[in-house]
Design a protein around this ligand. Structure first.
Ligand code: CUA
Length: 302
């Protein structure tokens, strides 16, 4: 997972938000410096005579207490309105449902489901409809934009766009329990062509086991009850845990917790608790052969 750069926006929404951030920093710093200046000046100044006192008090009350704050708040309000207008990209050319779970992301496209890794075409506005299956989460991809809360019973939506192809790291930005920090996601922004290729592969359903080991692995997958929680299209229909139909096409396991390779897959299946304490995934007590076969099956799900 690469570093998330909110100061390196790669899309119009993030660019606008970064601009607004700097406006607020500069304005806030100017006000703070002026205030400190006045404070220092007051320390070294002769106290005013009685005759001047009333006039000075009025001046500070009207100037410092009303005019100055009204001016500063007015400027911030103006920039905010412009920011709201510029971050409104309208309806996207593509709609994706993202559902937060403790602690992973369900990603539903028209016709297929995936998890934790979102693919979008570069240069096109994409509308994310965000909701939650349990507690409040927050969708944040610093280089593209966010944060928008995922609520259990009120879908929110946000339209974002990536101007450059690349893989953008994202994270849950609302404390949602023990493994809030391990609730990562990736947004892969790619050319229309690559995006459509990926969609075609995802729509293709699960591949058949490609070896004797994978064949046995499928049996173990079924007898161990993995399908109670996980969907493999055409094989099982669990909805509680990430869809595994194309697990091998993803780069990480457990929402960015581990890299997706055979060793980590085996370790994760045997003892998920040691990598992600509190996870809903139970460990499977398998001997080495069965574990290897199960891994072979999961790795055939490209
Ligand atoms: Cu989900 Cu924090």
């Amino acid at each position: 997972m690469q570093a998330a750069g909110m100061f390196e926006p790669r899309g119009p929404v993030a660019a606008e938000m970064t601009y607004l951030f700097w406006v607020l920093v500069v304005l806030g710093a100017a006000v703070a410096m002026m205030f400190i200046g006045l404070l220092v000046r007051a320390l070294f100044r002769e106290p005013p005579g009685d005759a001047d006192e009333n006039r000075l008090q009025r001046r500070w009350l009207v100037g410092g207490g009303m005019a100055m704050p009204a001016l500063v708040i007015g400027v911030v309000f103006g920039f905010t309105l412009i920011g709201m207008r510029n971050t409104d990209l309208g309806p996207g050319s593509l709609e994706i449902d993202v559902i937060g779970h403790q602690w992973w992301w369900e990603v539903r496209y028209d016709g297929f489901v995936t998890a934790n890794e979102i693919h979008i075409p570069v240069g096109e506005p994409v509308t994310f409809t965000l909701s939650s299956a349990d507690v409040i989460h927050s969708f944040w991809v610093p280089e593209l934009g966010g944060k928008i809360d995922l609520l259990p019973d009120h879908p929110n939506s946000v339209t974002l766009q990536a101007d450059e192809a690349g893989v953008y790291g994202g994270a849950c930005a609302e404390f949602c329990g023990l493994q809030h920090a391990r609730m990562r996601l990736q947004v892969h922004a790619e050319s229309r062509e690559d995006y459509e290729q990926w969609v075609a592969a995802q729509q293709g359903g699960a591949s058949e086991p490609d070896s004797a080991a994978a064949e046995r692995g499928l049996e173990i997958f079924l007898t161990e009850g993995c399908g109670e929680c996980h969907t493999v299209a055409g094989v099982t229909e669990g909805r509680k845990a990430p869809d595994l139909t194309h697990l091998a096409s993803r780069s990480s396991l457990a929402a960015g917790t581990l890299p997706n390779d055979s060793q980590h897959l085996a370790d994760w299946i045997s003892d998920p608790e040691s990598f992600k304490q509190g996870t809903e995934m139970p460990g499977a007590d398998l001997d080495e052969n069965d574990l290897n076969d199960l891994v072979a099956y999961l790795e055939s799900l490209r």
